[in-house]
Structure formats: C-alpha cells, structure tokens
Design a protein. Structure first.
Length: 277
C-alpha cells in the first residue's frame, strides 16, 4: 500500500452472513472517531475460496471497481476479515503488475461507471490499520488472565506477516500460538461437507483442549464453520457442544472499551451464545 491512509473509510460489506462482523466493525470505527462512508453505489463481491481459480476475471474486475470507487471518494477501502482481503490483495497485485490488464479493465469495465484505476489507491486490512492507531485512552477493561488463539483464512500464507500482537498487548490478552490454528477446512463444505464438518470439529475441540477462553477468528469462513455450524460439527464428531465462543477482533476491542450491549457487539447475530463477557 502506497502513501498514508486517508481519514475516511469504506468498509467492504459484500457478505452473505456477516452481521456480527459488520455491526461490530462499524461500532468500533465510531468509537475510534473514524468516518465511514456509505457510497450510493454498491461494492462488488470479492468472491470466496475458489474465486481466484474459477472466476479470476470476475474477481479482478470486481476488485478493480471497488478500489476505483473508494479512490474516487478519496477513501481507504478496509477489509474487516482475511478471506476477502486475501482475494483483494491477490487481484490488486495482478492488476498493478500488468499495465495492459489495468487499461483493459478501465476501458471495458470501469469506463461505464466513470471510474479510473489508480495504483496509489488505498486499501487496508483491519488488524494492520488498528496497529497504526492509538487508542489506549479508550481502554477500560483488561483481559488478563484470559487467553485466546487466532484462526485465520485459507490464504494466510500469502499475506504479509502482521505485527498485530501489539493490539493484544495493549489489552493484556494472552495470545497462544500453535500450529493447530493454521488449519482451514471451510472451503471443503462445497465439495466434501462430511470431511469439512469432521475436520472442523476436530480443529475446534483440539483448540479447546489448549485451554483458551475463546477463539478469535480473522476469517469469516472460520467463524461460519466454528460458530454457525457448531451443531453439525458436534454431530459429525460425536461430541457434546461446549461453551467456547468464536469472536471477531472488533468485538474484543469494543469489550475492552467497556461496551456491554450485545447488539452493539454483534453477539446477537452469533448462533452460539456468548455469555462469558
């Protein structure tokens, strides 16, 4: 990403099941005093796991549109979770490494919306954005002695290594690191749901055995598998459910800022009750 981020933001929101993530993200931005723009024009879908294989042309075109739209409003396009961000970063890299591709997209697609693609367009991933901000004065609650572990998206190995541990140091939350958390099975739901549910359940209970108080998901796909499909996971693995919440980063920070309203936190959109906070 080139240059400094603008002071206005557009939050990528083209998801099917992301009310918990988006409501808490918008509330977090409000708490931080960051202005979120709601463009009249809708953003376009950045696709799922298979988009870069089966719909690469559409993915690249859609990402170019989203970035050009944000740039036209002098705003930074922010991704609150890793799945969409990884696809956007992949497409952005393709566009900016091929001048002919960029011009073709401008001429045959962006032109109809009166948009231009600028390689200086600003895009950010929420954990990275938060690392650039100071919010110590907003912290009212510390998480010690709680511990957690992060589950990430399928393309985590293709993303720049983040230093977002600073966020958790600020709120005294102990983050465990374990190779178990690198696993990802959500994409198998489309091709082999039985395997996805069984292996997803094994992942969930293996992480629970580490003694964490909750699991922090950087991936909407992981959240869907471990929270929304928990009943199916337990059935596939022949285990009783346990009270281990799956939460998003904005929710954790809002809790640290003293928020207790479950609607503002987005907990009312979870399939599994979040009662420990």
């Amino acid at each position: 990403m080139k240059g400094e981020l603008s002071n206005e933001y557009i939050v990528y929101d083209k998801y099917e099941n992301a009310k918990a993530l988006l409501s808490s993200t918008n509330e977090l931005f409000a708490r931080l005093g960051l202005e979120v723009l709601k463009p009249k024009e809708s953003l376009l879908d950045c696709g799922g796991y298979f988009a870069r294989f089966t719909q690469k042309d559409i993915l690249v075109r859609n990402v170019a549109y989203n970035l050009a739209l944000a740039n036209s409003l002098n705003a930074t396009l922010v991704f609150a979770e890793e799945d969409a961000y990884a696809n956007a970063l992949y497409a952005k890299t393709l566009i900016e490494s091929d001048v002919e591709l960029m011009r073709d997209i401008e001429t045959n697609f962006l032109h109809q919306f009166k948009l231009l693609y600028d390689s200086k367009v600003q895009m950010s991933y929420l954990p990275d954005l938060l690392n650039t901000l100071e919010f110590d004065n907003l912290i009212q609650k510390r998480f010690s002695p709680f511990s957690s572990i992060i589950v990430r998206g399928a393309y985590q190995g293709h993303l720049p290594k983040s230093t977002n541990h600073r966020i958790y140091e600020k709120i005294d939350l102990k983050m465990l690191e374990n190779p178990l958390a690198l696993q990802y099975y959500t994409h198998l739901l489309e091709v082999n749901p039985q395997s996805a549910l069984y292996n997803g359940a094994k992942l969930f209970f293996d992480l629970a055995d580490l003694g964490v108080d909750f699991i922090l998901s950087y991936s909407l796909g992981q959240f869907d598998l471990l929270d929304s499909k928990r009943t199916e996971l337990c059935k596939a693995y022949n285990r009783d459910n346990i009270a281990l919440p799956i939460v998003f980063l904005p929710q954790i920070l809002l809790l640290a800022f003293g928020e207790s309203d479950h609607k503002k936190l987005g907990f009312n959109h979870h399939q599994q009750k979040v009662e420990m906070f």
